[in-house]
Design a protein around this ligand. Structure first.
Ligand SMILES: Nc1ncnc2c1ncn2[C@@H]1O[C@H](COP(=O)(O)OP(=O)(O)OP(=O)(O)O)[C@@H](O)[C@H]1O
Ligand SMILES: [Mg+2]
Length: 425
C-alpha cells in the first residue's frame, strides 16, 4: 500500500516536471542555443556552459507561470479532478430511466435517450420537435421554453399509442447560454390508475349503500302514509327493510375486511394452519346454506398433512366465500365437490384446494374480472343472493398475503372450479 502511494507520488512529480519543461520549451531552447553558440565560438569553457544550461533548466522548472500557462494547468487538473467533465450528454441521458429529449434553439432534436424511443417510437436527430409532439399543450410548452419564458414549466401529456399513458413533461434550458434544451417525461399512468380505482371504489361503495337506503326510505314513507293502517303490508315492508339493513351491514363488514387487510400487508410469520381442519370447519359452518339451497357438499381429500403458513381466520374466510359462492351460484347443479391434493407447478410442490360446482358456470369474458371489487358476472343473481361483489376480491387479497394464488376454470352449463394453489412451506 505504502509502495503504491510512493510510486504514485513519483509519477505525479515526473509528470509535473515534464509539464513545466514543456511549457517553457521555447524560452529554454532559445537560451540553450545562445549558450551553446557562445561556447562554440570559444568564449566559454565546457564546464561553464554545462553550468549555465543546468541553471537554465532549473529556472524553467521553478519560474513563475504565465497566466496562460496557469490557466492551462488549471484546466488540466480540473479534467483530472471531475469525472463529470469527461461524461457525454448522451451517456448521461442513457442512464436516465425516464424518457428524455434534448433539442436546440431551432426546436430540432439533438438527442433522444432509449427510454424516449421506447415510449414514442424512433426520434432521429434533426427531427423538428413540434412535428413529433402535435398536442397543443406540448406545442405551447416547447414554444415557451424556446422563447426563454418557460424554463422549468410542466404540462400533462397523454400518449395514446400503442396504449394510453399519461406523462408529466417538464421543459428546461440546459445550463446558461448552451443553446440546448431538454424535455423530461415522468410516467404518471400508475398513479392515475390508482386514483381512478380509488374514485371508482368510492362511487361503487356509495352506490351499493344508496340502493338499500333508498329502498328503506321508500318503505318508511309508505308505512307512514298509505300503508299506515294495513297490518299485512306493514309486516311485509318491515321484512324487506330488515333484509336491506342486513345487506348494508354485510357490505360494511366486507368494506372493513378489505381495509383491514390493506392496513396489515404482512402476515405474522411462523403460524401453521391445518388446511384440512379449516376446510372441514367451513363446510360445517355452511351446512345450513347447503341445505337451504339443496346442495350436497362432497369431499375428496388426499392423505397426508396439509399445513401452510398463515392466518387461520383469513383462510377460513377464503374457503367460506368460495363454498358460499358454489352453493349460491351453482345450486342448480345440486352438488359441490371440494378436493385437496399435492401437485407440482413448474417443478415447485404445492397444495391445491379446489371448490367445484356443477351450476351454470361463468362466461369466459367475466372470468378475469370476477376478482375485481364489486364486479359481478350476473348482477341480478348476485343481488338476489344478497352478494356484495366484494367476496372474491377479499379472497384474492388474502391469498396474495399468503403467497398463494387463485385460478378459475369454467365451462358454460357445466359449472365453475375455483382452485387455490399454496406453496408448500
Ligand atoms: N361458483 C360460481 N358460479 C357462477 N358465478 C360465480 C361463482 N362464483 C362467483 N361467481 C360470480 O362472481 C361474482 C363475484 O363473486 P364475489 O364472491 O366476489 O361476490 P358476491 O358473491 O356477489 O358477493 P359476496 O361474496 O361479497 O357476498 C358473483 O357475483 C357471481 O356473478
Ligand atoms: Mg361471494
Amino acid at each position: 500500500m505504502a509502495e503504491t502511494s510512493t510510486q504514485t507520488r513519483a509519477r505525479r512529480t515526473a509528470r509535473l516536471t515534464a509539464g513545466r519543461l514543456y511549457q517553457n520549451r521555447w524560452m529554454l531552447t532559445a537560451a540553450v542555443t545562445a549558450v551553446l553558440a557562445v561556447h562554440f565560438f570559444g568564449a566559454a569553457s565546457a564546464n561553464f556552459t554545462a553550468l549555465v544550461i543546468a541553471a537554465l533548466v532549473l529556472f524553467a522548472l521553478v519560474a513563475p507561470r504565465t497566466p496562460a500557462a496557469r490557466r492551462l494547468a488549471e484546466a488540466n487538473t480540473r479534467v483530472e479532478r471531475s469525472p463529470l467533465d469527461r461524461l457525454s450528454g448522451e451517456k448521461l441521458a442513457a442512464a436516465v430511466a425516464d424518457p428524455l429529449i434534448i433539442f436546440d434553439r431551432g426546436g430540432t432534436v439533438v438527442h433522444a435517450n432509449a427510454a424516449a424511443e421506447t415510449a414514442f417510437g424512433a426520434i432521429r436527430p434533426e427531427l423538428p420537435l413540434l412535428l413529433k409532439f402535435r398536442a397543443p399543450e406540448m406545442q405551447a410548452l416547447i414554444e415557451a421554453v424556446l422563447s426563454g419564458g418557460g424554463n422549468g414549466q410542466a404540462t400533462d401529456y397523454v400518449e395514446r399509442v400503442p396504449f394510453e399513458r399519461v406523462y408529466r413533461v417538464t421543459a428546461s434550458a440546459v445550463g446558461r447560454g448552451t443553446g440546448l434544451f431538454v424535455l423530461a417525461f415522468k410516467d404518471q399512468s400508475e398513479a392515475r390508475r390508482i386514483d381512478r380505482m380509488r374514485a371508482d371504489f368510492i362511487a361503487n361503495a356509495s352506490h351499493e349503500l344508496r340502493t338499500p337506503l333508498a329502498s328503506i326510505a321508500g318503505f318508511v314513507e309508505t308505512l307512514r302514509g298509505p300503508a299506515r293502517n294495513d297490518p299485512n303490508a306493514r309486516d311485509q315492508f318491515l321484512q324487506i327493510m330488515q333484509n336491506q339493513t342486513g345487506r348494508m351491514a354485510r357490505l360494511i363488514d366486507d368494506l372493513l375486511s378489505l381495509s383491514r387487510l390493506e392496513m396489515k400487508p404482512y402476515l405474522k410469520p411462523g403460524v401453521r394452519v391445518d388446511l384440512r381442519q379449516t376446510i372441514e370447519a367451513v363446510i360445517a359452518s355452511l351446512a345450513p346454506l347447503a341445505s337451504e339451497t339443496g346442495v350436497v357438499v362432497e369431499r375428496d381429500f388426499a392423505d397426508g398433512p396439509f399445513e401452510v403458513h398463515g392466518d387461520r381466520d383469513e383462510l377460513f374466510q377464503v374457503f367460506q366465500n368460495l363454498l358460499e359462492n358454489a352453493c349460491k351460484y351453482g345450486q342448480s347443479g345440486g352438488r359441490v365437490l371440494v378436493t385437496m391434493h399435492r401437485a407440482s407447478e413448474g417443478g415447485e410442490p404445492e397444495f391445491e384446494v379446489t371448490v367445484r360446482d356443477f351450476g351454470p358456470g361463468i362466461p369466459a369474458e367475466h372470468i378475469p374480472r370476477v376478482t375485481e371489487r364489486f364486479y359481478r358476472a350476473d348482477v341480478e343473481t348476485s343481488r338476489a343472493q344478497k352478494g356484495t361483489g366484494l367476496g372474491l376480491s377479499i379472497v384474492k387479497h388474502i391469498l396474495t398475503r399468503h403467497g398463494a394464488r387463485l385460478s378459475i376454470r369454467s365451462k358454460l352449463g357445466e359449472g365453475a372450479a375455483f382452485t387455490v394453489h399454496f406453496p408448500v412451506a
